[in-house]
Design a binder for this molecule. Structure first.
Ligand code: AP5
Ligand code: MG
Length: 206
């Protein structure tokens, strides 16, 4: 199955993508994660992307499309994939439609007033990729693998404010774009992680 996860920064795309990719047995492809691993490794892609990510801006379409097209060519994508954080502009969506047919687009719909707290309290595991919130953690260690958790560099109030502004301006139009194609499934993101996951599965099977 070829699925896109749409949603505002902090809507829970990454959290759901980990669960959904296990359930659907397809790879989880997060453009944000690909950029962050390039930044850690100091690659040319990482150096370029960092300039934008640190400011809360989108990485230019041409660079983003290049990394996605390369990733989708890998053999593990033959039977499907789950795209998290891509596409997020109309040109990206149009370019994707020229590469591959998508089966479903899930929009995790959320009340934007909770997003700043979610993002500024997020803690990420650099070892196993787990995502948590400071309110539900006992200490600074990953509950799954014990590694020291980190705070994403773009999870500060100023950058989060810009990411939300950019989302509303450039990514929200994709909701209508996919609605018109008849592929849009809307799931209420203002629920527990388990209930959002259940909602995604019901819509995908429906
Ligand atoms: P990216 O990494 O994609 O970030 P984002 O879209 O801003 O989304 P987040 O990862 O911040 O949020 P999420 O929805 O995954 O939420 P999560 O599950 O972690 O992109 C980063 C940057 O890379 C962009 O700003 C841009 O510069 C660049 N980029 C990436 N893709 C690009 C593209 N296609 N084009 C151009 N540039 C691109 O959850 C958040 C928090 O909420 C966590 O603490 C979590 O524990 C908690 N939480 C999750 N679900 C729930 C729930 N149901 N209830 C309560 N808390 C919850
Ligand atoms: Mg994410």
């Amino acid at each position: 199955m070829r699925v896109i996860l749409l949603g505002a920064p902090g809507a829970g795309k990454g959290t759901q993508a980990i669960l959904l990719s296990k359930e659907l047995k397809v790879p989880h492809i997060s453009t944000g994660d690909i950029f962050r691993s390039n930044i850690r490794e100091g690659t040319p892609v990482g150096l370029r992307a960092k300039e934008y990510i640190d400011k809360g801006m989108l990485v230019p379409d041409e660079l983003t499309l290049q990394i996605v097209a390369e990733r989708l060519e890998a053999s593990d994508c033959r039977d499907g994939f789950l795209l998290d954080g891509f596409p997020r502009t109309l040109p990206q969506a149009e370019a994707l439609s020229g590469i591959v047919d998508i089966d479903a687009v899930i929009n995790i719909d959320i009340d934007q007033s909770v997003l700043k707290d979610r993002l500024c309290g997020r803690r990420c595991c650099p070892k196993c990729g787990g995502t948590y919130h400071v309110n539900t953690l006992k200490d600074s260690l990953c509950p799954a693998c014990g590694a020291e958790l980190i705070i994403r560099k773009d999870d500060n109030v100023q950058t989060v404010t810009e990411r939300l502004r950019v989302y509303n301006e450039q990514t929200v139009p994709l909701i209508q774009y996919y609605e018109q194609s008849g592929k849009l499934l809307v799931v209420d993101g203002n629920q527990s992680v388990e209930d959002v996951f259940a909602g995604c599965m019901v819509k995908l099977k429906g």
